[in-house]
Ligand binder design. Structure first.
Ligand code: PEP
Length: 249
């Protein structure tokens, strides 16, 4: 059994319809990569992105979902709506959602459960702040976030974890390979399905650091923000997937 590497792009609140030539641009790298490639555009682009990405073997995902299936939640989007628009995955608990919208681990759990119920794979984000790392609390914080936001998974359901140290997101700073390796190892030990659950690293993954991060045994891919907006950078990260299929430990 193997975990297939996943390179996921998070466009955040960036992108207009005239940028959807992106998928054709990255197609040559996707065609050669032994990895799944996912792009999470803003919701306004999701349906068109799904249509344009599919011929190139790229999947699309949402950046957030509401925990309810429908109802009086102005401005929100349900997991079923994301799926209806073509999403295979949805990011939940991104640190920007946790910070900007006060999302708790319980909120993230409810969203992850809603995603699974809708047939959408949740990418559950966890990660410590700079203050928490400096206080020696990184492992405890991530363990607490995981404990509070991991849904019970039935056979056949998939989920993905993204370890994203908050201080590394959008800052150009990355965790050391030693720290990433240790955190991914600790996360895997806490997972109900450790052998088959992908753990992504996120936090300023760029063409020049992707290879060493992706080479780590417990790093099953990357969640890429800024560098996923540039097709050349994103292609370089896809090309950095040197590990074709990681034997399970
Ligand atoms: C992210 O948004 O999840 C992220 C990791 O961003 P960046 O790659 O820009 O740090």
């Amino acid at each position: 059994m193997t975990r297939r590497t996943l390179i996921a792009g998070n466009w955040k609140m960036n992108g207009l319809a005239d940028g959807l030539g992106f998928f054709a641009e990255i197609a040559p790298a996707v065609a050669k990569a032994d990895a799944d490639v996912l792009v999470c555009p803003p919701a306004t682009l999701l349906r068109d992105a799904a249509r344009l990405a599919a011929p190139h073997g790229v999947r699309v995902g949402g950046q957030d979902c509401h925990a309810a299936t429908s109802g009086a939640h102005t401005g929100d989007i349900s997991a079923a709506m994301l799926r209806d628009a073509g999403a295979s995955h949805v990011i939940v608990g991104h640190s920007e959602r946790r910070a900007d919208h006060g999302e708790s681990d319980g909120d993230v759990l409810a969203k992850a459960e809603a995603a699974l119920a809708a047939g959408v794979t949740p990418i559950i984000c966890v990660g410590e702040t700079r203050e928490e790392r400096e206080a020696g609390q990184a492992a405890a914080v991530v363990a607490r976030q995981l404990a509070g936001s991991l849904p019970v998974v039935s056979p056949g359901m998939e989920l993905v974890i993204a370890y994203e140290p908050v201080w590394a997101i959008g800052t150009g700073l990355t965790a050391s390979v030693e720290d990433v390796a240790a955190m991914h190892d600790a996360i895997r030990d806490q997972l109900p399905e450790p052998l088959t659950t992908c753990i992504l690293y996120g936090g300023s993954v760029k063409p020049d650091n992707a290879a060493e991060l992706l080479a780590l045994a417990d790093v099953d891919g990357a969640l890429v923000g800024g560098a996923s907006l540039n097709p050349l950078d994103f292609m370089a990260i896809i090309k950095a997937v040197s590990r074709k299929s990681e034997p399970l430990r």
